[in-house]
Write a protein that binds this ligand. Structure first.
Ligand SMILES: [Zn+2]
Length: 78
């Protein structure tokens, strides 16, 4: 009987672990460029050239302005 409880406990732990992990994975794979103003928060910056919101980690700081890509940096300079 105790063996059954251990097996059920392990299955539940694995099940719970996967369910808890899933939403985090989905958030990570979400394309920030698809959700413009709707999902604006402190971690998102607006590109000075094209107006797209991108994450701080993906943005490029150039002469005090944030850009989403090298192309936009070039466009912003023109
Ligand atoms: Zn841009």
């Amino acid at each position: 009987m105790i063996k059954y409880l251990v097996v059920i406990g392990v299955i539940w732990a694995v099940y719970y672990f996967f369910i808890k992990k899933k939403p985090i994975k989905n958030q990570y794979s979400n394309e920030p460029k698809q959700t413009k103003e709707a999902s604006y928060n402190n971690d998102m910056l607006k590109c000075e050239s094209c107006g797209i919101y991108c994450e701080i980690d993906d943005s490029i700081l150039n002469s005090g302005k944030y850009y989403c890509s090298d192309e936009c940096v070039k466009k912003g300079k023109l």
